[in-house]
Ligand binder design. Structure first.
Ligand code: NAD
Length: 285
């Protein structure tokens, strides 16, 4: 018996990275899947966003598991795209049981130097996009008096991060949003929780600019990043984690195993948040 037998899961940002791990894990556990993702760059990020090839690869992997998938091109900032995805999911698959609000972007800049465009794109995708996805599935879940929503926050929903105040604000924001959704939907039997990934190896983190950052010079390599990752967690032998670690946690939250769990945030960070850390910039004058 699989954990999501006969369920339907809507996953934003499902073309690659953690989103693909969620899609494939849901399918493996018996769910049909709907993914919504961008197919062209519409936000300004220092790495490439998903492509139609990524989208097609998720479709292939889900179908190889014998499950159905609806792959929709769209932006989580557009309410009508999400409403249409929900309507198509209900029409084609008979209902939606699970939302994994995973789509997100990452950019950097001192808070006083961020442009309004960078701020608005970050809040628009990482916070408002989550609200819109939850808004799209909620009337249906209320009507059926069942459902599970998992929101992808970050350890930066629980701690600051120098040079990405906009990301930190959005990721703290979704934890507040998650608690409110959990509270407002509890009377209808719908649960809502968050997962807070630490350092995960996906195209968001695994690219030349990140390699250079870890190497401390241009021409860095993936090996520099992996080496740097060993300084991030507390658990023995951990560096950048596989996206499956996040998919496994969402699987638990979306399954009957978490039937009495709502309103919580689970960090999946190899113990990163246990450590207060050291000041990399000595405070001596
Ligand atoms: P990723 O870049 O591989 O995946 C993000 C996906 O979201 C991509 O497929 C992208 O095309 C999609 N997306 C971006 N903007 C979108 C939009 N406006 N509309 C629809 N889709 C959009 O990175 P990932 O690591 O898989 O990220 C998944 C989530 O995990 C994000 O919310 C991210 O902030 C969060 N997170 C990642 C890490 C990490 O270390 N990778 C750590 C903490 C939290």
């Amino acid at each position: 018996m699989t954990l999501l037998e006969g369920k339907v899961a809507l996953i934003t940002g499902g073309s690659r990275g953690q989103g693909r791990a969620h899609a494939v894990t849901c399918a493996r556990e018996g769910a049909d899947v709907i993914i919504v993702d961008l197919m062209k760059p519409v936000v300004d990020v220092p790495y490439r966003l998903a492509t139609s090839t990524d989208h097609a690869e998720t479709v292939k992997q889900v179908e190889a598991l014998g499950r159905k998938i609806l792959a929709i091109e769209g932006d989580v900032r557009d309410q009508s795209t999400l409403d249409d995805a929900v309507a198509r999911g209900i029409a084609d698959f008979g209902g939606i049981d699970i939302l994994i609000a995973n789509a997100g972007i990452w950019t950097q800049g001192n808070f006083w130097e961020l442009t309004e465009q960078q701020w608005d794109e970050m809040i628009g995708v990482n916070l408002t996009g989550v609200w819109k996805a939850a808004k799209a599935v909620t009337p249906h879940m209320i009507e059926r008096k069942t459902g599970s929503i998992v929101i992808t926050s970050s350890v930066n929903g629980l701690e600051p991060g120098a040079q990405y105040a906009h990301y930190v604000s959005a990721k703290h924001g979704v934890i507040g949003l998650m608690k409110n959704i959990a509270l407002e939907l509890a009377p209808f039997g719908v649960r809502c929780n968050a997962v807070s990934p630490g350092a995960i190896k996906t195209p968001m983190t695994d690219h030349q600019a990140a390699w250079d950052m870890f190497a401390g010079h241009e021409g860095g390599t993936e090996a520099d990043m992996i080496q740097g990752g060993y300084h991030y967690g507390a658990l023995r032998g951990t560096t950048f984690l596989d996206p499956q670690a996040i998919a496994d946690t969402a699987l638990y939250l979306n399954s009957h195993l978490a039937a009495n769990v709502t309103g919580v945030t689970i960090p999946v960070d190899a113990g990163h948040l246990l450590m207060a850390g050291v000041n990399a910039n000595p405070v001596k004058v």
